[in-house]
Write a protein that binds this ligand. Structure first.
Ligand SMILES: [Zn+2]
Ligand SMILES: [Zn+2]
Length: 356
């Protein structure tokens, strides 16, 4: 177990510092690969945003399809009378296929590969990288690069999905910001973070590169799996088709929107327990569907913590799984934040200023 007990970084550099710890560990000492830095008002150094390429037309079209098709499936399922076609087997399969790939995202892509919140055998890391790929949230290396960049620039220019940067004033600007943070960024800035800069540790791992390249195959697998299981359970093509709709497409729809709610709602409404320079918030009502990720202010205050729920009543399913993995020896050097350090960050200064 790692217990982080050193003095907390200053508020001006807290998020970036947590993230750059990971980057520094992953990018050895080659300063050419570290994000360029710029001084903040407080004098702390934060990474500097650099111009990035545009999303290609093909990528944008694929992402639109990934957003719209599951939504159509949900509409079709409801329109055709879900009480006739959603039997308990579809429901169980939908829950299982919701939880496992979402854990692949929360434990694998996020806490393990992005933030190195614990150590695990390489095989375990690859397993979670594959599991997360089944959630259809993009290839693992791009996901990690985007998310490290989110922490490096949180709610500042350069953040790939902030609801607070340059969306204009008033109600319209607020709605535009929420749209961008929820799905709009998938059509403009997803996958554009420089992987060699932000995820060099993964880029240099040939197996991780292969998993990254195989993303389209994993998308096919995550849809074929419920279809095949549905066929086995019902023995009919129609049964297989409905399993594909509910446990494939609708499940992807639900998993997408709970994850994206962390980007939008958890930077917009809810409680702020800790001092951070961004707008991150804890949204208790989303704790269960996000498997613990909605304790997002906790997470931005302590990005390397393996546990986003930090009080006994802050339900964190992903944290519970990490605890179980630690107990059986699958996870070690699990990062915990001691109560003293939590107390030091609890006194809240005024709200951060909204950009744009
Ligand atoms: Zn965030
Ligand atoms: Zn994070």
């Amino acid at each position: 177990m790692i217990s982080v007990s050193s003095a907390p970084p200053t508020s001006g550099s807290s998020i970036a510092a947590g993230n750059l710890t990971v980057l520094a560990a992953s990018a050895s000492t080659d300063s050419a690969t570290a994000p360029p830095t710029e001084p903040t008002a407080s004098g702390a150094l934060l990474p500097r945003c650099s111009p990035e390429p545009q999303l290609s037309r093909a990528r944008r079209a694929a992402n639109i399809a990934a957003v719209v098709v599951p939504m159509i499936a949900l509409g079709a399922g409801i329109a055709l009378g879900w009480h006739h076609v959603l039997d308990w087997r579809d429901l169980v399969l939908m829950c299982v296929l919701y939880v496992l790939p979402t854990l692949g995202i929360t434990i694998g892509f996020h806490r393990l590969l992005t933030h190195r919140a614990f150590d695990a055998h390489r095989v375990t890391q690859y397993f979670f990288a594959v599991l997360g790929s089944l959630a259809v949230q993009g290839p693992v290396i791009k996901w990690v690069a985007d998310h490290r960049k989110h922490h490096a620039f949180s709610d500042r220019d350069g953040d790939p999905h902030s609801p607070h940067t340059n969306h204009g004033p008033g109600l319209l600007g607020t709605l535009r910001g929420l749209w961008h943070a929820h799905v709009g960024w998938l059509f403009t800035s997803v996958g554009l973070a420089d992987a060699r800069r932000y995820a060099r540790d993964l880029v240099e791992d040939p197996v991780m590169r292969a998993i990254n390249r195989g993303f389209v195959g994993f998308v096919a697998l995550t849809l074929l799996l419920p279809f095949a299981i549905g066929w086995l359970l019902t023995g009919s093509f129609i049964g297989a088709l409905w399993a594909l709709v509910w446990a494939g497409l609708v499940r992807v729809f639900l998993s997408h929107h709970t994850t994206w709610s962390v980007n939008s709602l958890c930077h917009f409404l809810g409680r702020r327990r800790f001092t951070t320079t961004d707008h991150s918030r804890n949204v208790a009502v989303l704790a269960l569907p996000t498997l613990g990720e909605a304790w997002h202010n906790n997470h931005h205050a302590f990005p390397r913590s393996a546990f986003h729920g930090m009080r006994w009543w802050e339900l964190d399913v992903s944290g519970l799984v990490i605890r179980a993995m630690e107990a059986v020896g699958l996870a070690w050097n699990v990062v915990r934040i001691d109560p003293e350090r939590q107390r030091e960050k609890t006194a809240l200064p005024p709200e951060p200023r909204t950009a744009g």
